[in-house]
Design a protein around this ligand. Structure first.
Ligand code: BGC
Length: 781
């Protein structure tokens, strides 16, 4: 499909957006890796359910899948995992007993196009069948944004050089399995509950085996044009598989248009006994309203979302396009109801669909600043899983609540005991037991949400309980060794070093967390005594407990080299063997120094990802420029970037440290992480933290934007080729439009009130009026 080729339904349904909004994947390569990378990148979704961009005929080597937020199951797996659900997108075309499939037919032309602006996946393939028959298949697939249960697939088939019978199948296949730990191992999480057919619908109801969560899928499949075409329709049920087969006599050169409409629900939204009736009613309503109407509503919601979320970079098309792709990923993964966001979003079974610290530290800020309701849903997941967090603490002999390093349905820790299948090695995993910084990472997200949105109801109803119970956990975990308080045997963000004492990142965050808890106790006691009284009674909280939090907070800290100012990552880190990264492979990835392997790396100062720099990133106002510089220069050289979470941290800190060329290159690595398959594992899913980190690098890195209590703070710096950077963020009930140029910024705060607000631009604070465009000069330093 050339740039100006028309999509089949361009006029009537959905025109392709402008080229800058399209991700094109042209040509077909049989390699499994390649097929799966495209499937990941071309995922569609709405945060309730997402579908990988698999080719409809599911060529051999595919890893197609549909994932529904929060639908996990364990059964015989090691731990609970996100369940692969039946996709409604399958389609197969047969002529003379042979299938048109990219595994067996030659592609004369093949392209998939993801339209980021409209959330739609287009495909156009012209196959040459082994019999010499040539046929063009065009599809348009949409997972509706405005109605999370709806999806549609429009299909146009044109026989190019033949006439005669053509069989076209589409159905619902319940026979899907998750991939297991070992190659070829399959884990079956779903069992058939019901499979039914009606005059014009198919219905499949599956149930997860252990948790007994039901999933209902209803679909209709019909020929829409040409009208009056004589055809044979045969719905067939084979065990857990439904196929709806249409046979018709096609004529060479003539297009045949089909339509599949689908509905997916779970027993979380509909009582189990009513699921079939409900799904069929929804399907009928969909058919009645018509796909065009639904697509219009879908596109208009996408327009609205982009209006808020788009970030414009003038002068750098590559950065702009990559950034938009990352924002697209965020937009299709915001949970429309309370729900966790996994480290691979809903794009695959990678990391078993589990929720990590990636969520609050890397992904949440985008939602806080753009769609606070979605951010709230993400935090409500943590609130709802507090009982699981309490159970985690209890099992380890601690008090309070300990958020799980890997979390799924209940919040009880589900970190696997052995290395995840992503890493392909068998080794024991200690993160579940030791990577405790997650507890405060969650609270960091809660505080940021409150600071930006001012949502006091959330703080009162949920946040305070989360903050107090987790503070109580720390108070039982922290050791008071006299002069200092210590946190022993942890893993910091750098997972190369396990069982370490006093990791600076963890200690700094816990110090902040305990202080926050103590201050809130005091503050709420004064401002809302009835709230504190009720909570204190329910949680048996006392003033003495809060006072102990403050004492511990004061005694927590980290060490630094007095001469150089470098912060020691954990006790004893400076005594480790010193190596720096000075070799890079052809793709620019760090190469471990000679003699260093993953077996002995813990005895060196080499680190997996930003750790001290992460700490500085979270508390930028607590460090001077000089401190940032020395720590950046020290740690950047010793970081192997073996995690997708690392590059954005180095981009943001590179800007703050004035190492700006580095910063741009780290930014592009983050932004292209999946688009260019940087770590060679995009086939296993999207790196959600890098996606959120891309957005943060632009807004808080290049834009230098943050909110400090009642004040806007800007410290921008733009790469040379960027002419300008524009974005818009939500702040309480206001919207702030920011445009950054190389020598000035313009800010417009839309608000219901006409008031003055402080804005700090580098070191200078001015007062700006709401609803008035203000331009201020600056010099980046
Ligand atoms: C990183 C963690 C991260 C996890 C999930 C690991 O490789 O070291 O920081 O939370 O991946 O993305």
């Amino acid at each position: 499909m050339g740039a100006d080729a028309r999509v089949p339904w361009a006029d009537s349904l959905l025109e392709l957006s402008k080229e800058e909004w399209l991700l094109r994947k042209s040509g077909f390569r049989r390699s499994e890796k390649h097929i799966r990378i495209n499937e990941t990148l071309l995922t569609l979704g709405n945060g309730y359910l997402n579908i990988r961009g698999s080719l409809e005929e599911l060529p051999s080597g595919h890893a197609g899948g549909m994932y529904i937020s929060g639908v996990y199951d364990k059964s015989e797996a090691d731990v609970e995992e996100l369940v692969k659900c039946p996709m409604w997108t399958d389609l197969s075309l047969w002529v003379e007993g042979q299938k048109f499939c990219l595994s067996t037919s030659r592609a004369i032309q093949h392209e998939q196009i993801l339209d980021l602006k409209k959330g739609a996946l287009h495909r156009r393939t012209t196959y040459r069948h082994p019999t010499g028959k040539i046929l063009t298949l065009e599809t348009l697939r949409i997972v509706m944004l405005h109605n999370q249960h709806y999806g549609c697939m429009l299909v146009r088939i044109t026989p190019r050089n033949f006439s005669g019978p053509l069989r076209v199948f589409s159905g619902l296949n319940g026979g899907v399995c998750n991939r297991g730990y070992f190659p070829e191992e399959l884990l079956k999480h779903l069992q058939l509950e019901k499979i039914e057919r009606g005059r014009n619908f198919m219905y499949l109801e599956m149930k997860t085996r252990e948790q007994e969560m039901r999933i209902a899928e209803a679909a209709s499949w019909r020929l829409v044009a040409p009208p009056g075409q004589h055809l044979k329709w045969e719905p067939r049920i084979y065990g857990e598989k439904f196929t709806s087969e249409i046979t018709l006599d096609v004529q060479r050169g003539k297009p045949y248009l089909f339509e599949k409409l689908s509905v997916v629900t779970t027993a979380r939204e509909v009582p189990p006994e009513a699921m079939m009736k409900d799904a069929i009613c929804r399907l009928r309503a969909f058919v009645r309203k018509g796909v065009q109407t639904e697509i219009r509503s879908h596109v208009s919601l996408w327009d609205e979302r982009w209006k808020q979320a788009d970030v414009q970079i003038q002068g750098d098309d590559a950065a702009q396009k990559a950034l938009r792709y990352n924002i697209y990923q965020l937009l299709i993964n915001g949970p429309p109801a309370p729900g966790g966001v996994g480290a691979k979003f809903l794009s695959s079974e990678g990391y078993l669909g589990h929720v990590f610290w990636d969520t609050e530290i890397f992904i949440l800020p985008f939602f806080i600043y753009n769609f606070p309701d979605i951010a709230r849903n993400m935090l409500l997941y943590r609130f709802n899983t507090l009982p699981g967090a309490r159970e985690n603490a209890r099992r380890l002999g601690y008090a309070g609540a300990k958020y799980a390093w890997e979390s799924a349905t209940t919040g009880v820790d589900v970190t696997p005991r052995f290395a995840s299948k992503l890493e392909r090695t068998i080794r024991f995993i200690y993160t579940g037991a030791e990577e405790d910084h997650i507890v405060s990472d969650v609270i960091y997200g809660v505080e940021k949400y409150f600071r930006v949105t001012g949502d006091e109801a959330f703080l009162v109803d949920c946040g305070l309980e989360m903050i107090f119970l987790t503070a109580r956990f720390w108070a039982s975990r922290v050791i008071d060794s006299g002069e200092r308080c210590e946190i022993r045997c942890v893993i910091g963000p750098d997972e190369f070093h396990e069982h370490v004492d006093n990791n600076a990142y963890t200690n700094a965050l816990v110090k902040w967390h305990l202080k926050l808890a103590a201050m809130l106790f005091k503050h709420v006691g004064k401002s809302r005594p009835e709230v504190l009284e009720a909570l204190s009674e329910r949680l048996s909280l006392t003033r003495a407990e809060a006072a102990a939090w403050l004492r511990m907070s004061r005694k927590l800290g980290f060490r630094r080299d007095q001469k150089t100012g470098v912060i020691e990552q954990f006790d004893g880190y400076f005594a480790l063997k010193d190596h720096v990264i000075d070799r890079f492979d052809r793709e620019g990835h760090p190469v471990l120094p000679r003699g260093v392997t993953y077996r002995n790396i813990a005895s060196t100062r080499l680190i997996k990802q930003g750790d001290v720099l992460m700490m500085i990133m979270l508390f930028p106002h607590a460090f001077t420029r000089k401190e940032i510089e020395v720590n950046y220069d020290f740690y950047e050289k010793r970081t192997a970037h073996k995690s997708s979470l690392s590059h954005c941290v180095h981009a943001i800190m590179g800007i703050q440290a004035g190492r700006r060329q580095h910063a741009y290159s780290y930014f592009m690595k983050t932004a292209l992480f999946d688009l260019e398959n940087l770590h060679k594992n995009t086939d296993l899913g999207i790196h959600a933290a890098a996606v959120g980190g891309t957005w943060q690098t632009v807004i808080s890195g290049f834009g230098g934007f943050s909110i400090k209590s009642d004040r806007l703070v800007l410290k921008p710096w733009l790469p040379k080729k960027w002419e300008s950077l524009s974005f818009s963020v939500r702040w309480r009930d206001r919207t702030v439009d920011v445009k950054v140029l190389h020598d000035r910024v313009s800010v417009l705060v839309h608000s219901l009130e006409d008031i003055e607000l402080p804005l700090t631009l580098y070191r200078k604070t001015s007062r700006i009026r709401t609803n008035v465009l203000t331009e201020l000069p600056y010099t980046a330093s």
